[in-house]
Design a protein around this ligand. Structure first.
Ligand code: HEM
Length: 411
């Protein structure tokens, strides 16, 4: 397991223009997770406590190369709505690590971004997602079959970590015998040093590159073959571009969906009344997932200023990074009343769990459908469940937070 000392290795001096009350020693790779010594036991509440501590709307941490952290929804929105001013070229901090990731389309800015995004969006249409529903349900039930009689399981290892990647394997038609190896690669896809990020991307690339070559010769009804038909800027997509797109799809849909399943099920295990409420109306789970995803948001994203500007009255220099914890968008009282309550009667739920603006997640419908069907299947078949006595739940911070183990029992 890699240590998180990268944050401190990349410590910088705080610039003079940063107000003293804005300075905070925050390493986003660990914040909101139990590797952080100050962790209070809840990923989302750790961020909320910071938002409510009376400090300024922009904080500055000297860790991870030094960067701003944006605390309010309107400012997070301003950053996401100006991709020319706030570039997504650096996808992780410190920038020495972020530069290693060349995900397409996420690391591209306009106008280049649009040429590739238009190749990804048609892969995840409502029709395609609808056609996947039966597979998602069947897989959920197979995973439940394996644990139901036992009366207990580790929900993360035996369900949440398996479902999203198995569905992705089906979409790209990865060879059956290689799927376990890929699952292990996806687990490791959370590198915090430039060296480990490069190693992880190379391992995934070494696996996917031959598949791209094979699908060029012999296309099938799968996502990689469809991508290879793409014409960014009116010419055929290159193998390298296709590889960076596949790497993004491979990593982008796994930790996010698995982490959300973990947080939602942890919440349900602690709240039998919420389980009951969902169980009593399984046909309404799909509609209710949106509110649950608002409350249990888990992604944070960096952007880099392309020129000097001000944000929330604070000067930002060209090349400085701002980090956007999307959960704080969803927890801002300016948008949502009583934001910590799970409230299924909310009328509109314009949350930012899937981002906002030109990079807003194109896999949203697939991710939400996986989560809704997984919850519905679990709640329909598994009786009231709770955490195992004395369970020690490990929570992960980082740009995609998550639950690393979730021992449940229904004995
Ligand atoms: C619960 C599940 C998911 C969550 C919470 C989520 C979240 C996000 C967020 C916040 C972004 C924007 C990042 C940014 O602006 O920097 C994003 C982008 C993206 N996501 Fe997802 N995602 C999920 C599932 C998926 C799935 C299942 C796929 C496809 C397999 C996917 C593919 C992508 C892609 C390709 C982008 C980049 C879009 C662009 O740059 O235009 N995501 N996602």
């Amino acid at each position: 397991m890699e240590s998180y000392s990268a944050a401190t290795r990349y410590r910088v001096n705080v610039p003079d223009r940063v107000p003293a009350n804005a300075v905070i020693e925050l390493d986003y790779h660990t914040f909101g997770g139990d590797a952080d010594p100050d962790f209070q036991g809840d990923h989302q509440l750790a961020w909320k406590a910071l938002q409510d501590d009376g400090g300024p709307d922009l904080r500055f941490t000297p860790l991870n190369g030094g960067h701003w952290i944006v605390m309010r929804a309107d400012l997070i929105g301003q950053v996401l709505d100006q991709p020319e001013l706030f570039s997504s070229r650096i996808l992780a901090l410190p920038k020495e690590v972020g530069e290693v990731y060349r995900f397409i389309p996420l690391s591209l800015d306009p106008p280049e971004h649009g040429r590739y995004r238009s190749l990804v969006v048609p892969l995840f249409t409502a029709k395609m997602v609808h056609e996947k529903e039966a597979d998602i349900r069947a897989l959920s039930n197979t995973l439940i079959d394996a644990v139901i009689e036992r009366g207990h399981c580790d929900y993360v290892a035996e369900f949440a970590n398996i479902l999203p990647i198995s569905i992705f394997h089906q979409l790209v038609a990865f060879p059956e015998e290689e799927r376990e190896r890929l699952r292990r690669m996806a687990y490791a896809a959370n590198a915090v040093s430039a060296q480990s990020a490069a190693g992880m991307l190379k391992a995934i690339g070494d696996f996917i590159a031959p598949l791209i070559a094979a699908r060029r010769k012999d296309p099938g009804p799968d996502v990689i073959s469809a991508l290879l038909q793409g014409q960014p800027g009116g010419r055929p997509i290159t193998d390298e571009e296709a590889l960076h797109m596949c790497q993004q799809l491979f990593i982008g849909g796994f930790h996010t969906t698995a982490g959300t399943l973990g947080f939602l099920t942890l919440h349900l295990a602690k709240n039998p009344d919420s389980q009951k409420e969902l169980r009593e109306a399984p046909d309404r789970i799909k509609g209710r997932v949106n509110e649950l995803m608002r409350r249990f948001s888990l992604v944070g994203i960096p952007r880099t200023a392309t020129r000097p500007c001000t944000l929330g009255g604070q000067q930002i220099r060209e090349g400085e990074a701002v980090y956007l914890p999307l959960v704080l968008y969803n927890f801002d009282e300016a948008i949502f009343e009583r934001p910590l309550d799970v409230d299924f009667s909310r009328k509109a739920i314009p949350h930012a769990t899937f981002g906002r603006g030109i990079h807003k997640c194109p896999g949203q419908a697939l991710g939400m459908t996986e989560i809704a069907i997984a919850l519905e299947a679990w709640l329909t078949r598994i009786p009231e469940f709770r955490l195992e006595d004395n369970a020690r739940i490990r929570i992960k911070g980082g740009s995609v937070g998550g639950v690393e183990n979730l021992p449940l029992t229904w004995r």
